[in-house]
Design a protein around this ligand. Structure first.
Ligand SMILES: Cc1cc2nc3c(=O)[nH]c(=O)nc-3n(C[C@H](O)[C@H](O)[C@H](O)COP(=O)(O)OP(=O)(O)OC[C@H]3O[C@@H](n4cnc5c(N)ncnc54)[C@H](O)[C@@H]3O)c2cc1C
Length: 351
C-alpha cells in the first residue's frame, strides 16, 4: 500500500512537497482553504546573495540549483535572468562582493557604463553595482499550479483544515486519515501546530505590492535599488513591494495610509524611470510567512506531523520539497540532517 500523505496548503512549499512525494510513490492529497497565499503575491526572486549565515547561504545556493532541475522537469522558463544590486552604499557593496566571491557565488562588480548597457532605461545609473548573473525570477503561482497538476496528487480547494491530531485532519466536511501530515499552511502553520501542543514562532510581516499599468518594456533584470526592489514583467507591468528593503523583511508599518503608501512607492519607482509615464494599477496586501528568527522551520513536530514554513520560500521550494519528501517517506537521513539541522521546529520549544 502506498504511504498516504495529506498536505495542508497548496502554496509553493506544499506544491513542491506534493510533487516530490507523489514521484516517490506516495498517495498524496493536498487540502487548501483558498485563503491569501504568499505565493500569489511573491516577488519571485530566486537568489542567494542575501543570507543570514553560512548554513543559510549554502541552503539558498542549493535551492537555486534545485530549481534548474525542477524548471526543466516542469517545462518552464524563468521570467527573468540576472539581478543588479545597488541598494546600499559602495562600501557595503564592496563587503558583499568580497563575501560572495569568497563563497564562489557568481557576482560581478560593474561600472556605471556596464550598468547602463544592461539596464539602459534606468535614469541616473549608479556609479557601481553588483551583477548576479545566475539569479532568476520565477512565477511562483504558476509553478505551484504546474507542480500540483503534474504530480498526480489529489487537490481539494476551498476547504479549511480546522484542527490536526496525529494521523487525522479535521475539516467541516469530516475527518480525513493519513499516515503522515505535512503542514505547509504559510502564516497559518503556527496556529495549526499550536493545536498539537507544539510551539513555532512566526512574526507578522505584511507588505503591499505595487503593480503599475503596462509600460514600454525597458528593464529585464531584478533591480535591488536604494528605493526598493523592482522588476518589470514581460507585459510591461512593474512590480515593487512597497517596503523599501524587502530583504530586511520587516514589512510595512501598520497605520500608514494607503494613499500615502501608494504615492510614496510610485514616487520612488518613477524616480528611476521618469520617462515612462508610469501609473499605478493598485496595491495588493500580502503576508509573508516569516519565522521569528528569519530562517526556515522544517521538520517533524510530533509523530506523523511535519511542518514547513519559511520566507524566501520561492528560492527554497524546489530543494525543500525534495528534502521534505525524503524525510516523510524514509525518516531523517544523514543527508537531510546535514541540510536541515539548523532549521528544526523544536528550537522554539518552551522549556
Ligand atoms: C510580497 C512578497 C515578496 C516575496 N518575495 C520573495 C522573493 O523574491 N523570493 C523568495 O524566495 N521569496 C519571496 N517571498 C516569500 C515567498 O513568497 C513565501 O516564502 C512562499 O510563497 C511561502 O509559500 P508557502 O507555500 O509556505 O505559503 P503560502 O503561499 O502562503 O501558502 C499557504 C497555503 O496554505 C493554505 N492554508 C492556510 N491555512 C489553511 C488551513 N487552515 N486549511 C487549509 N489550507 C490552509 C492557504 O490557503 C495557502 O494557499 C515573498 C513573499 C511576499 C509576500
Amino acid at each position: 500500500m502506498a504511504q498516504k500523505i495529506i498536505i495542508v496548503g497548496a502554496g509553493i512549499i506544499g506544491a513542491s512537497a506534493a510533487w516530490h512525494l507523489a514521484r516517490a510513490g506516495a498517495d498524496v492529497t493536498v487540502i487548501d482553504a483558498g485563503a491569501d497565499r504568499a505565493t500569489d503575491a511573491s516577488f519571485g526572486w530566486v537568489n542567494a546573495s542575501y543570507f543570514a549565515n553560512a548554513d543559510h547561504f549554502r541552503l539558498r545556493a542549493a535551492g537555486m540549483q534545485a530549481w534548474q532541475t525542477l524548471l526543466a522537469a516542469l517545462g518552464v522558463q524563468p521570467l527573468a535572468q540576472g539581478s543588479l544590486a545597488w541598494d546600499q552604499p559602495e562600501d557595503g557593496l564592496h563587503r558583499q562582493y568580497a563575501t560572495l566571491k569568497d563563497l564562489d557565488y557568481p557576482v560581478e562588480w560593474i561600472s556605471k557604463d556596464q550598468f547602463s548597457k544592461l539596464e539602459p532605461g534606468v535614469a541616473r545609473p549608479p556609479d557601481a553595482a553588483l551583477f548576479f548573473p545566475s539569479e532568476q525570477v520565477i512565477d511562483a503561482a504558476d509553478c505551484a499550479t504546474r507542480m500540483l497538476a503534474q504530480s498526480g496528487a489529489s487537490v481539494v480547494r476551498g476547504v479549511r483544515v480546522d484542527a490536526l491530531s496525529p494521523g487525522k485532519v479535521h475539516t467541516a466536511f469530516g475527518t480525513l486519515c493519513a499516515d503522515d501530515i505535512v503542514v505547509a499552511a504559510g502564516t497559518q502553520t503556527q496556529r495549526l501546530i499550536a493545536g498539537l501542543g507544539a510551539d513555532l514562532c512566526l512574526r507578522p510581516s505584511p507588505t503591499f505590492v505595487l503593480h503599475t499599468q503596462p509600460a514600454r518594456r525597458v528593464s529585464r533584470h531584478v533591480l535591488a535599488t536604494p528605493v526598493g526592489d523592482i522588476r518589470q514583467r514581460s507585459d510591461g507591468v512593474f512590480v515593487m513591494p512597497t517596503d523599501v528593503n524587502h530583504q530586511s523583511d520587516h514589512g510595512d508599518a501598520a497605520g500608514t495610509r494607503l494613499d500615502t503608501l501608494q504615492a510614496d512607492a510610485m514616487g520612488r519607482l518613477t524616480s528611476l524611470f521618469p520617462d515612462l509615464g508610469l501609473t499605478s494599477a493598485g496595491l495588493t496586501l500580502a503576508h509573508r510567512p516569516m519565522p521569528c528568527d528569519g530562517v526556515p522551520i522544517v521538520g517533524a513536530v510530533c509523530t506523523g506531523v511535519y511542518a514547513a514554513v519559511m520566507h524566501s520560500g520561492v528560492t527554497l521550494a524546489a530543494l525543500m520539497g525534495d528534502l521534505i519528501s525524503q524525510e516523510v517517506m524514509r525518516g531523517a537521513t544523514n543527508q537531510t540532517i546535514d541540510w536541515l539541522a539548523p532549521y528544526r521546529p523544536d528550537r522554539f520549544a518552551v522549556t
